[in-house]
Design a protein around this ligand. Structure first.
Ligand code: C2O
Ligand code: CU
Length: 451
């Protein structure tokens, strides 16, 4: 009898995907060969993980495989997607077990610069290298000479070049969080960045650090911000030409290369008092300028289909950020807070990376507009991130924020009060937390329910 041809099994939905990334232990040459390789955790053996490029308005399926020895998930930071795809363990999905796999499926509504990272054991998983850029391309290409990505990460390395232990130190958590000692661009301590006179670069900056805040100054250049957290704004030059990036924040800038061929210009990170350091250098090739006349003014990126909050009808809420070390008085507020948190929001500390049964602090009827005041009553900086939505930045300490800046993460200075507005149009229990991971996991987190 002839062999019976095997009927091919109809493809399971879960077998189809556009991208596949696997999280696994790996090695990385952060300091560049021939230095010692650092043991890391990586997506697809790369630090940062592969750049995922997807198209605005086109459905995408991304399979995530877990080859770590612990649970993981992936959060698509800044993408306005369905709740079940948000990657918070226990809250939006069961965690991906070791050896397991989960297929994320969503249609990115907004073009821009986003990123992905685990939302499980985040201190270690992000701190050991799990993070990558997710770029949603505009329907029509934006007119620039080059599109360049800098994924900025911050590592705490030992003398031997290995990731230092001591994640989750309580004293550190009560202060600035785990700030490292080695900043990398796209996974390597930066060498010079070759550029050509006359060219216009769209530079996508992503701060993927656990805790380090950056304030970048491009000596001799005038970067123009065209998008904040992926969302287009009215183009503007930042105050003092400093590009301020808290953890998880992104800036897209247009950079006209107006320097002289053959010269090098430092890019300085000048955030922490007295600790400025040159992050890298723009190194001009000895080449004719690409063009003589300059590229002309910078135009606005095409708008994303964001729901515009109705500020007159908006309901107002206030969330107060509390806790941390105050002027040497350790955990000053700890006694007033529920739970044993170092940090709290409105007196409540929620811990970890997410779990089932988190009680929302606000319930927002679907489709309604809200103005949320975030009041920082602590002596520390906090980049506050809201899942599932982008919000309009209204004011800082009572002054209007110009240039129509939207975001998913807003950086609050000590004692600062900011107001943001958004339409609660995406049903789910959405996290709002500090993206200094130490702060998040020790209490600076809450849930906003949209229903
Ligand atoms: Cu990028 Cu809940 O985080
Ligand atoms: Cu914080």
């Amino acid at each position: 009898m002839a062999a019976v041809a095997r009927t091919p099994r109809p493809a399971q939905a879960a077998d189809r995907y556009d991208h596949r990334i696997a999280a696994a232990p790996w090695w990385a040459n952060l300091r560049g060969a021939p230095g010692p390789a650092t043991a890391v955790w990586a997506y697809d053996g790369r630090v940062p993980g592969p750049v995922l490029r997807v198209r605005q308005g086109t459905p995408v399926r991304i399979a995530v495989e877990n080859r770590l020895d612990q649970d993981t998930t992936v959060h698509w930071h800044g993408i306005r997607l369905p709740f079940a795809m948000d990657g918070v363990p226990g809250l939006t999905q069961p965690p991906i077990k070791p050896g397991g796999r989960f297929v994320y499926e969503f249609t990115p509504p907004d073009a821009g610069t986003f990123w992905y990272h685990p939302h499980a054991n985040s201190l270690q998983q992000i701190g050991r290298g799990l993070a990558g850029a997710l770029i949603v391309d505009e329907a029509e290409p934006v007119d620039v000479d080059r599109d360049v990505l800098w994924m900025l990460a911050d590592w705490r390395l030992t003398k031997e070049g290995q990731v230092a232990p001591g994640f989750g130190n309580a004293m550190e958590a009560a202060m600035s969080g785990r700030v490292g000692n080695t900043v990398t661009i796209n996974g390597a301590t930066p060498a010079d960045q070759p550029v050509r006179a006359g060219e216009r670069i769209r530079l996508r900056l992503v701060n993927a650090a656990l805790a380090r805040i950056m304030a970048l100054r491009f000596e001799g250049h005038r970067p123009v911000v065209v998008a904040v957290d992926g969302q287009p704004c009215q183009p503007f030059q930042p105050e003092e030409h400093l590009l301020l990036l808290g953890p998880a924040m992104r800036l897209d800038v247009m950079l006209d290369m107006q320097g002289e061929p053959g010269r090098r210009y430092p890019v300085i990170d000048d955030f922490y008092d007295g600790l400025a350091y040159p992050l890298t250098h723009l190194a001009y090739l000895r080449q004719e300028p690409l063009r003589r006349s300059g590229s002309g003014g910078v135009s606005t990126l095409p708008p994303n289909p964001l729901p515009i909050p109705d500020l007159d009808a908006a309901e107002r809420h206030e969330l107060v950020l509390q806790g941390g070390m105050m002027g040497g008085d350790a955990l000053a507020n700890a006694g007033k807070m529920q739970g044993s948190g170092i940090w709290a929001i409105n007196g409540v500390s929620m811990h970890g990376d997410g779990h089932a049964g988190m009680t929302p602090s606000l319930v927002l009827p679907r489709g309604t507009s809200h103005i949320l005041a975030l009041r920082n009553e602590t002596a520390w900086w906090h980049p506050m991130h809201l899942h599932g939505h982008s919000f309009l930045l209204l004011s800082r300490n009572g002054s209007n924020v110009p240039h129509q800046q939207w975001g998913d993460t807003v950086l609050l200075a000590p004692w600062e009060r900011v107001e943001i507005a958004f339409v609660a149009d995406n049903p789910g229990d959405w996290m709002l937390h500090c993206h200094v991971t130490d702060h998040q996991v020790t209490g600076m987190m809450t849930i906003l329910r949209v229903d």
